[in-house]
Design a protein around this ligand. Structure first.
Ligand code: PGA
Length: 259
């Protein structure tokens, strides 16, 4: 078995929460709480409007970096309400969450659009965090792995191994997002293992071994250690429990079993 050298990522998805002032206050408190943390990457995805305040709060340190929650694939143009990679990079954004379940299910984003966004992000030098996950009815019908494969196929379409190895996948079962119901360790490892196997077939083993696969869906201080102990779980994408500095700091300080 290849040695696992993937640095864990603990990512906060703030969704449509926090003004600039609230984001600044949160980050000041968080940085004070996680000062000594090593060997992991901490990522915060604020609302677009809070990026400037967040960026200025994060200056002078490199433990915590910024993600955007979405972006459009065009560089500029008549696309009312959209935002481009270059606009995000102005604030030092390094990562972008793409294909989040809420984008797919509330805003109707499909696999094809998400694939175009992934390619645009990579071309601009942003790291995509590609979200995938099945709904409850897809799981109940036994279609989980098939759904994940379709989402991976579209998300990685036209992406070469060089770019793929730097990408991040977030497995977020839709039925676990914001519900308080977390996937069991067995369910999470099964899905993550399947994603890793798919990546091995699509690229090569060494590429697949480098790609970080995060789990998302009701991650909390009380369940993060158990999830992080799974061999193919390389981090967490956290919604609700990332909104309070105390609870997100505990998640950042999780036992990764890799140090
Ligand atoms: P949750 O959200 O932690 O509130 O379930 C996770 C996500 O949507 O990324």
């Amino acid at each position: 078995m290849t040695e696992n050298t993937r640095t864990p990522i603990l990512a906060a998805n703030w969704k449509m929460y926090k003004t600039s002032a609230e984001a600044g206050e949160f980050l000041r408190t968080l940085l004070g709480m996680i000062g000594g943390v090593e060997q992991r990457q901490v990522v915060i995805a604020p609302a677009f409007t809070a990026l400037a305040a967040a960026a200025s709060e994060l200056e002078g340190q490199d433990l915590v970096t910024l993600a955007a929650q979405n972006m459009y694939f065009e560089a500029e143009g008549a696309f009312t309400g959209e935002i481009s990679a270059r606009m995000l990079q102005e604030f030092g954004v390094r990562w972008v969450i793409l294909g989040h379940s809420e984008r797919r299910h509330i805003f109707g984003e499909g696999n094809k659009l998400i694939g175009r966004k992934v390619k645009a992000a990579l071309a601009a030098g942003l790291i995509p965090i590609l979200c995938i996950g099945e709904t409850l009815s897809e799981r109940e019908q036994g279609n989980t792995l098939k759904v994940l494969e379709g989402q991976l196929e579209a998300g990685f379409s036209g992406v070469d191994s060089g770019d793929a190895s730097g990408m991040v996948v977030a497995y977020e079962p839709v039925w676990a997002i914001g519900t308080g119901v977390t996937a069991t360790p067995e369910q999470a490892q099964e899905a993550h293992g399947h994603v890793r196997d798919w990546l091995k077939k699509r690229y090569a083993s060494d590429v697949a071994e480098r790609i970080r696969i995060l789990y998302g869906g009701s991650v909390k201080p009380g369940n993060v250690d158990q999830l992080m102990a799974l061999p193919d779980v390389d981090g967490a994408l956290v919604g609700g429990a990332s909104l309070e500095p105390e609870s997100f700091a505990r998640i950042v300080q999780c036992e990764t079993g890799r140090i």
